[in-house]
Design a protein around this ligand. Sequence first.
Ligand SMILES: *[C@@H]1O[C@H](CO)[C@@H](O)[C@H](O)[C@H]1NC(C)=O
Ligand SMILES: *[C@@H]1O[C@H](CO)[C@@H](O)[C@H](O)[C@H]1NC(C)=O
Length: 462
Amino acid sequence: MARCPQVWLLFLAILFLVISVQNSQARLRDENGVKSGVFLSPKFVLEPGSVANKFYYNIDFPRGHISIKEFNAEVVDEAGNPIPLYETYLHHWLVLRYYQRKGVEISNFNDNLGFHQSDTIIVRNSGLCEAGLSQYFGLGSETRKTATHVPDPYGIEVGNLAEIPDGYEEKWLLNVHAIDTRGVEDRLGCIECRCDLYNVTEDEHGQPLKPHYVGGLYCCYDETRCRLRKGFDSAKRSLYLRYTVKWVDWDNSIVPVNIYIFDVTDTWKRSDQSTGLSRRHDCAIEYDIESCSTSMVSDSCNNTKRVSLSLPTGGDVIYAVGHQHAGGIGSTLYGEDGRVICKSIPTYGEGKEAGNEAGYIVGMSTCYPQPGSVKVSEGETLILESNYNSAQRHTGVMGLFYILVADPSPKPESILHAPFEVYEKLAIPNFVWVIALFGTAVAIAVYGRRTRRENVYQSIVM
Ligand SMILES: *[C@@H]1O[C@H](CO)[C@@H](O)[C@H](O)[C@H]1NC(C)=O
Ligand SMILES: *[C@@H]1O[C@H](CO)[C@@H](O)[C@H](O)[C@H]1NC(C)=O
C-alpha cells in the first residue's frame, strides 16, 4: 500500500492543501453573525536600528459584500509573541482599498509608486486631503489600546459588486512602517526620524532634503538605519503585522458610514467669497514642535496647532478618534459654534509589557456619540486642534483626526439579538477554495496514474 505512488501523491496533495489553507485563511470565527478573521502580513525582517517601510499588495482580507465593524493590529514575532514598542516601534500601518484590473499582477511589493493608473485604482476614503491619507484604516503605536469598533446599525461598506468597475476586482494594500530601536543611541530621536541619527541628507528618491528639514518620514524610509550605541550587537528577526478584522455580511438594515481623515497641517482655507477662489487640501501629514525654551511664545509648554475645515456633506458623527505621536496631550474637533464634537486624549504606557510601554502613546480615547446626538452640517466650519507638550523639541509629529459620518435620518433601531453562539467555521470563499483544491488534488492523483511521478510532483510544489 504505502509503496503505491498514487497513495503517496494523494497524501502529499492533501498535506499541501491543508498547509495552504492554514496559511491563507488564518483563524476565522462567527459570533452571532459577526465574523472575525486573524491574518498575518508577509514577513518583514528587522535588525537593531533598521527601518522597514513595506507595501504589501493583495493582502488576505475578508471578501464579498460586507460591512466592516472593526480593524485591529499589532506586531508579533514568528512565535506569535507581541513585540513591545521599545523594541519595534510601530510608526504606522495603513490599509488601503483598491480596484485591480483582472489578470494584471503587481510584482514589486515595495514600490509605493507602482500604481499604473489604468490597472490599479485606489478607492480613497471620503476625504479631505488631495494626496496621501487615502487609507480606510490606519494607526500607529496606539493601535493596541484604541477602540475601532463601528456600533450597530452602522458599518463600513465594501465589496459591493455594483460599485466595482467592469473588469476589475477589489483588493487591499497594507503599508507597515516599523523601526527597530533595540540598542539605538537615542530612542526618541529614532522614532521621530531625526535625519542626523539616520545620517540621511537625501530622500528615498535621491532628492536633497529641504534646508530646514531636520526630521520626519523623509529621513526614515525603508532600509535606512538609526544610529546604534557603540558595540551593540543583536540578531536580525522576522516580524509580522497580525491584524484582526471583524465584519458582517451586508444587508439593507446596515447604515453605511463615510470615513473622513482630517490633518492639522492641511493648508486649505475657506474660499474667499469675493474671489471665489477654491483652495486645495494640501496636507503635509507631519510637522515639528519647537521646544518651549527656545520658542518666542513660551508662556506654557503647550503647543497648539489649529486648522479650519469643512465637510462636503453633513451627517451624524458615529465615531471619532485623534492620532498623535509621543508628546501629544490631546486633540479636539470643534463645531462652528464652538461645541466639542470629539476630544481624543492619548494614554501613555507605564510598564514594560506590550500594550503598556512606558513613555509611548499606547492608546487614544475615542468618541461614540449617541447616534443622532452629534451632527455636522454640510459646509459647517469645523476646527481641528492638536496639542503637544513642547518641553522638548519634536520632529515629524502628527495631528490627524478620523471621523465616521452617517447620512442623517437614521433608520429606527430594531436590532434583534439571536441567541449567543460561538463556533469555528470556514467562511464560504475558503470553503469553495478547499473544494477546488481537493478537486485539484484528486485530479493530480488520478493523473499520476498516467504520468511520470517527477512531473506531477513539480506541478504540486510549483
Ligand atoms: C554617513 O553618510 C556618509 C555619506 O553617505 C558616509 O560617508 C558616512 O560614513 C556615514 N556616516 C556614518 C556614521 O555612517
Ligand atoms: C493646551 O492649550 C489648549 C488651547 O489653549 C487647551 O485647550 C488645552 O486644554 C491645553 N492643554 C493643557 C494640557 O494645558
